[in-house]
Design a protein around this ligand. Structure first.
Ligand code: 5GP
Length: 205
């Protein structure tokens, strides 16, 4: 009864814990594929080409963008970010579930292209924790942190366009990972994912 793969989009403000939680989820679900984005921002220490991002020069990003290579793209904090289209389409057609973690506008753009995509908004239990988390990871300047927090406020306005909200409570991220996993599992059983033929086969067997 398996059809095309399901597309899960985990979004929410920078500092909400998307990276950590999606990594933990992928460790639990080895068959889940991950869509690696392209970006023009500089790699942070420890970030690997092709694993965390495809790091591109702006001209190369723009060239691929003009050629229709991105499913969606956004300028965020003076850098470009985009979801490579081919990988997403191929992976879903092959029947694999796929997860990605764009910022909120990107998530909404993905939903327009794939109405069946499942949008999950990841939020901190307190907005003030965002600032603390961004400070703790020491990868952005104070000015960048201030800008990310401003963007985070704007992102919260779109929360009702999402299908689910998961709260990443301070020091209880295991629970948030479990919540994400529960959503992924439940989505697989939604009745609209099964066509009449599949149901009839069950009845006739
Ligand atoms: P960071 O620089 O912290 O890795 O990412 C900055 C923001 O860009 C995050 O909110 C992240 O989710 C978002 N982002 C990463 N990849 C993409 C993408 O392909 N498309 C969009 N729209 N946003 C992305």
């Amino acid at each position: 009864m398996l059809g095309p793969g399901l597309l899960f989009v985990v979004s929410g403000p920078s500092g909400a814990g998307k990276d950590t939680l999606v990594d933990a989820l992928r460790a639990r679900l080895p068959r889940l594929r991950y869509s690696v984005s392209a970006t023009t921002r500089e790699p942070r220490p420890g970030e690997l080409e092709g694993e965390h991002y495809f790091f591109l020069a702006r001209e190369e990003f723009e060239r691929r963008r003009s050629a229709g290579g991105f499913l969606e793209w956004r300028e965020y904090n003076d850098n470009l970010y985009g979801t490579p289209r081919d990988f997403v389409e191929r992976t879903l057609t092959e029947g694999y579930d796929l997860i990605m973690k764009p910022e909120v506008n990107g998530a909404l753009a993905v939903k327009k292209a794939f109405q069946d995509a499942v949008l999950i908004f990841l939020a901190p239990d307190k907005f003030s924790h965002l600032r603390a988390r961004l400070l703790a990871r020491r990868t952005e300047t104070n000015e960048e942190i201030a800008r990310r927090l401003e963007i985070a406020h704007q992102e919260f306005r779109f929360v009702r366009n999402f299908d689910y909200i998961v709260i990443n409570e301070e020091s209880r991220s295991d629970e948030a990972v479990r919540d994400l996993q529960a959503i992924l599992q439940a989505e697989r059983f939604r009745i609209h994912r099964y066509d009449d033929d599949s149901i009839r086969k069950l009845e006739d067997s």
